[in-house]
Design a protein around this ligand. Structure first.
Ligand code: COA
Ligand code: MG
Length: 288
């Protein structure tokens, strides 16, 4: 059974940059995503695979999840990446421009490679990156396409490029896509990661963006710069105040149940079984 990681912040690092990969080992992001796709130019693709192979074990030794974003499955580089990357035993691979076919293809190739390399079956997880209109509309089938999937990511830049619409800091234009991802992730009980915020120096914008993603049900957020990690970790952590509130609520509900009631008043509001269950879920998340 592979280890389950708490994934609040996931930092993208260009796979061609030994300097940034080296720096990422000591950063406090929960997951490091070594990128072989868009952050790496065509002429650097082969060298980048070599570069990341050195860092996967270092990232894992530092207690973080090591993820690799490979190129799309329908490209020459995508298949080469998967073959090379499986030997590095990352915790997960991100499949970009994901659809059902590309996820099943990655799943099949990984199964063959795991057998060949004598790795336990299913040990390399898949995180589909949904960033096309078709992908958003088919979200639930994509997330259900492989038992290796333990998270799904939204990619807003490619999506808004395809839709021909402006990308804004407020993010109203991606609200529908965000919701579809959250519902699909929830249906399969997997993590749900928001798109990166590209305003590197706009910390206020980042905070608002992360808070609205968290309020919608995302469990974590990807980022592209180390300066964003702490704010993201804060937003996606359960606060002491939330824990105390949940504890009081569960206690009040249990007293009501012991008195034969199914609902009661708690701090001015009605609480019942689903509300108490939500509080218990929050407490178990906080205990992870
Ligand atoms: N991972 C690790 N380290 C990073 C980093 C990242 N994603 N982004 C920046 N850094 C490092 C820099 O190397 C620099 O280190 P130093 O102080 O030791 O020299 C420090 O953090 C400050 O960086 P800064 O000068 O503010 O930014 P930059 O101009 O070096 O880099 C980007 C800006 C956008 C090029 C860079 O953040 C980046 O490449 N991000 C990832 C892009 C990516 O992967 N995109 C595809 C996925 S959406
Ligand atoms: Mg993309």
């Amino acid at each position: 059974m592979s280890r389950r990681f708490i994934r609040r912040s996931l930092l993208y690092v260009p796979g061609s940059s030994g300097k940034m990969l080296s720096k990422s080992v000591d950063l406090n992001a929960d997951s490091i995503i070594a990128d072989l796709e868009d952050a790496v130019s065509m002429t650097e693709k082969d060298a980048a695979r070599e570069t990341i192979s050195e860092f996967i074990p270092r990232i894992q030794a530092a207690g973080k999840e090591a993820v690799v974003r490979v190129n799309a499955m329908n490209t020459f580089f995508g298949v080469k990446d998967l073959i090379a990357v499986a030997e590095m035993k990352p915790n997960a691979v991100i499949v970009p421009k994901a659809d059902v076919l590309s996820v099943k293809m990655a799943d099949n190739i990984l199964s063959g490679l795991e057998e060949h390399l004598e790795l336990s079956k299913g040990s390399i997880h898949i995180i589909p990156l949904l960033e096309t209109a078709a992908g958003i509309m088919d979200a639930v089938n994509i997330v259900g396409a492989s038992p290796r999937i333990n998270g799904v990511q939204l990619g807003a830049e490619d999506l808004t490029k395809e839709l021909g619409i402006k990308r804004t800091a407020a993010g109203d234009e991606i609200a529908f896509a965000r919701q579809r991802l959250v519902y699909a992730a929830c249906a399969y009980n997997v993590d749900c990661f928001d798109t990166p915020f590209t305003g590197i120096k706009d910390m206020e914008g980042l905070g608002e963006d992360a808070c609205s993603a968290a309020a919608m049900g995302f469990t974590g957020k990807t980022c592209i710069h180390p300066a964003h990690i702490d704010a993201i970790n804060r937003v996606f952590s359960v606060s002491g105040e939330e824990i105390n509130h949940a504890r009081r609520l569960v206690e009040a509900f249990e007293i009501a149940v012991s008195r034969g009631k199914g609902a009661c008043m708690f701090e001015g509001k009605m609480i019942d079984a689903p509300i108490a269950e939500r509080a218990r879920k929050l407490l178990s998340k906080a205990a992870e």
